[in-house]
Design a binder for this molecule. Structure first.
Ligand code: KIV
Ligand code: ZN
Length: 514
């Protein structure tokens, strides 16, 4: 495609660096398949050196994805690059993304390396990466606070060493659009052989300008944007994919490039990422927020009804807001169920797993006549939890809540295989059930966030509960869905406790030096 803007999605790597957003291998696979359906060009699947689990996840994504390039991050060290090379081996198209910090503050305080040694390490990492793949990206971490001459020097050196994409990150979200566009333009102008590589931008949102900065870089000649679904990412997040894609598409008059993205996949993918990571999407978020296409005021509604372009610059259906697509019903059989899961990109592990999921689907269809895609996604998230990851499981619960009376909960849990029971009062039914669980578990965790959303429309919809728990500085999210929101709450709480119990720590590639 002439003047293609490469969309590099890093939801599974930078997005995962958000507190409590760590994903399992199966969760990553589901999101990666959704990104592939969306026609994302490059999927950064994780940081392969973080742990054995992360390595396995990257490898599994590399093996499963055929239509997008699969990439993994590596610090500029021999060990990281070799691990990255191993992890992307099964990929139809694999990329190694190696990086090192280049700002005076990072080189001196974090790396404790001289500028000369930083250049040496970058060149060595790129040369080694080229032994595994022809597709090598180099990032100068904290480029925003790096000296221009030093950036030119290191980029020139890594291009000579074989880098094919040069990424310029605003790691700390410090820039403003005019400055960021100018930096990109100057780099492209001054770095020798700059026409031999793809220039990329990677912006964080600390001052709320990640998307604006990314677009300024694109206008200045960058032909790759690094972004995440829903703008997920460390601190205030990364530039959001949906906003960049729709800005470039809606303002064709301003941008001399186009993406390959199938925009109708944006909303379903946004919902999937939110559901898996436990990061809700704010209602007024551009493109994917529930209100993004809602018109409250009478004047606007009247205008839209007469002629939609009076107030709408994009069409809701073009970004996938056809919503609540009726999936299956009470009478749907096993083969329709299997076909629907395949269409949604949900992996079916075995015939036995399919049968168990089918029984749960039938039970849900008994409670709720119409089953939508969103219901199936939630159901299958529950199913994806392996018995090993489910140290605590809800067996039964009973909650009595009556006007003027103190709510009371009885709960039975399976804990490591044996059943335990407890009762508790609470200020409300959710408090009562959480206290009941704590009477058994005594986790010592603090509840930081509780939210409930209807997955679809209608009073018979499933409620999806998200909780955020913290213990000893560790933050985890838990989700649970059910037509009974007290049961959904208990499931979400237990899901978070199971993550705390599993104790998986993820190494942050940027704060841990080699
Ligand atoms: O923000 C950043 O600098 C990064 C790099 C590792 C690309 O995420
Ligand atoms: Zn980043």
């Amino acid at each position: 495609m002439k003047n293609q803007l490469i969309v590099f999605d890093t939801t599974l790597r930078d997005g995962e660096q958000s507190p409590g957003a760590a994903m399992t291998k199966d969760e990553k696979l589901r999101i990666a398949r959704a990104l592939e359906r969306m026609r994302v060009d490059v999927i950064e699947a994780g940081f392969a050196s973080a742990s054995v689990g992360d390595f396995e996840s990257v490898r599994a994504v590399a093996a499963a994805i055929k239509d997008s390039t699969v990439c993994t991050l590596a610090r500029a060290s021999e060990n990281d690059v070799r691990r990255a090379g191993e992890a992307i081996k099964p990929a139809a198209r694999g990329r190694i993304h190696t990086f090192i910090a280049t700002s005076p503050i990072h080189m001196e305080k974090k790396l404790q390396m001289s500028p000369d040694r930083v250049v040496e390490a970058a060149v060595a990492a790129v040369k080694l990466a080229r032994q595994f793949t022809d597709d090598v990206e180099f990032s100068a971490e904290d480029a925003v606070r790096s000296e221009f001459e030093f950036l030119c020097r290191i980029f020139d050196a890594v291009i000579k060493a074989g880098a094919t994409t040069i990424n310029v990150p605003d790691t700390v979200g410090y820039s403003i659009p005019s400055q960021w566009g100018e930096r990109m333009r100057m780099l492209i102008e001054h770095v020798p052989s700059s026409d031999k590589v793809v220039w990329s931008t990677h912006c964080h949102n600390d001052l709320g300008m990640a998307v604006a900065n990314s677009l300024a870089a694109v206008a200045a000649g960058a032909r790759q944007v690094e972004c995440t679904i829903n703008g997920l990412g460390e601190r205030a997040g990364n530039a959001s994919l949906e906003e960049i894609v729709m800005a470039v598409r809606t303002r064709k008059d301003l941008f001399e490039c186009e993406t390959r993205i199938d925009a109708t996949q944006i909303v379903p993918t946004s919902k999937l990422v939110s559901q898996i990571t436990g990061y809700p999407v704010q209602p007024n978020k551009a493109v994917v927020g529930a209100n993004a296409f809602a018109h409250e005021s009478g004047i606007h509604q009247d205008g839209v009804l007469k002629h939609r372009e009076t107030y709408e610059i994009m069409r809701a259906e073009d970004v996938g807001w056809s919503t609540n697509r009726l999936s299956l019903g009470k009478l749907s059989g096993r083969s329709a169920f299997r076909a629907k899961l395949q269409e949604l990109g949900i992996p079916i592990q075995s015939e036995e797993a399919l049968n168990t999921a089918f029984v749960r689907f039938k039970a849900l269809a008994d409670k709720k006549r119409e089953i939508f895609d969103e219901d199936l996604q939630a159901l299958m998230s529950d199913e994806a939890v392996t018995p090993e990851a489910e140290h605590y499981r809800l067996v039964a619960s009973k909650v009595v809540s009556e006007t003027g009376e103190t709510p009371r909960a009885q709960i039975t849990l399976a804990v490591g295989g044996s059943e335990k029971q407890a009762e508790s009062d609470g200020s409300g039914p959710v408090d009562a059930i959480f206290r009941g669980i704590e009477n058994i578990v005594s986790s010592g965790a603090d509840l930081l966030l509780y939210s409930v959303n209807a997955i679809t429309t209608g009073t018979d919809a499933q409620g999806e509960v998200t909780v955020r728990l913290s213990r000893d500085g560790r933050i985890v999210h838990g989700q649970g869905a059910d037509t009974d929101i007290i049961v959904a709450s208990a499931k979400a709480y237990l899901n978070a406790l199971n993550k705390l119990h599993a104790g998986i720590e993820r190494m942050n590639p940027q704060t841990e030096t080699v």
